[in-house]
Write a protein that binds this ligand. Structure first.
Ligand SMILES: O=C(O)CCC(=O)C(=O)O
Ligand SMILES: [Fe+2]
Length: 317
């Protein structure tokens, strides 16, 4: 199956050299997708297929593991946002049934003597690692690739937005990014009427990079209000804009609602949420001021993320 025509496929290989060559053309295409639908596929992203395959293999093994492996690494709470969240542990669309999925969240890995960690700064937390050979190294390898790719994409987006191409570099250098492994089980848990794999939501950060195993389920609401499917394109990642970048751009870029319908067989996906550094101030970019008016007041990124995470976990506490 090919992707819906409304979600473009963009080759981002020219961005990965580190220099500005080739950036202009890619920036134009990315910028257009961010304005039109807020979703795009990328190919030429440079994350080795073997690395992605290793992440899926480790994730499947972890989700199949017994409680003796999962319980010691259970979710740390919204302020750390790490560890294993069991099935129905989260509700992305408050007011509906909880999501029929389980996940494992991995945050930025910090040295044990990192001052932010020792100082108890928001979202600075040790990652709980399951007792599973190779898991930690595989996840940290992927995390590094996804972070570097996210920075390269932001340089192109900055160019499209008419600001200094390195504007986002120091706002995403030590990010509240989360690598999230997801498992949507087909059985033995049957969905109740109206229950989704992941309820309708927008993402909270700047940019999301998604890899899936090819099992369909992701639906995206385009600007005309129609739900369209976003099937897997082999070798490509699905990207979307989150609410922080929508705020930074004064709604010039759109953070698009999406959801995952419960699959009829097990589905696995791997999501990298690139949220800003905790102390970054998310304030309207001067090039995005329309008629001199900012739609949103400036917000500290950590305060914003906490305000979005807390309601989704409230029902379980
Ligand atoms: O699993 C997917 O395809 C998407 C998951 C998602 O949208 C999310 O976790 O924010
Ligand atoms: Fe999402």
């Amino acid at each position: 199956m090919t992707q819906d025509a409304a979600i473009p496929l963009i080759d981002v290989a020219p961005l990965l050299g580190g220099g500005p060559e080739g950036e202009a053309d890619v920036a134009r295409k990315l910028g257009r997708a961010c304005r039109d639908i807020g979703f795009f596929y990328i190919e030429g992203h440079g994350i080795p297929a073997g690395t992605i395959a290793d992440v899926f293999a480790q994730a499947q093994r972890f989700f199949a593991a017994p409680a003796a492996i999962k319980d010691p690494v259970r979710y740390t709470g919204a302020s750390g946002n790490r560890g294993h969240v069991p099935i129905e542990g989260e509700k992305l669309q408050p007011g509906t049934l909880p999501d029929l999925k389980e996940c494992f969240n991995i945050g930025l890995e910090l040295a044990s003597d990192d001052p932010d960690l020792l100082g108890g700064q928001p979202f600075r937390h040790a990652n709980p690692w399951p007792d599973q050979p190779g898991f930690r190294a595989t996840m940290l390898d992927y995390f590094g690739h996804a972070h570097r790719l996210g920075l390269a994409l932001h340089r192109a987006l900055a160019r499209d937005l008419g600001i200094e191409r390195t504007f986002f570099d120091d706002k995403l250098s030590k990010p509240m990014a989360i690598l999230r492994l997801l498992h949507y089980p087909a059985a033995p848990v049957a969905p109740r009427p109206g229950q989704l794999g992941a309820g309708e939501h927008t993402d909270y950060g700047n940019l999301t990079l998604l890899a899936t195993d090819g099992v369909e389920g992701l639906m995206v609401r385009n600007r005309a209000g129609q739900w369209i499917s976003a099937p897997t394109v082999p070798g490509a990642l699905i990207c979307n804009i989150g609410d922080c970048l929508m705020r930074w751009t004064n709604d010039v870029y759109v953070s698009t609602p999406h959801r995952v319908v419960s699959p009829n067989r097990d589905r696995y996906s791997v999501v990298f949420f690139l949220d800003p550094n905790p102390e970054a101030l998310v304030a309207c970019l001067p090039t995005c001021l329309k008629d001199g008016a900012a739609k949103y007041p400036p917000v500290v990124a950590a305060d914003y993320l906490l305000s979005r995470l807390e309601p989704t976990y409230k029902h379980t506490s």
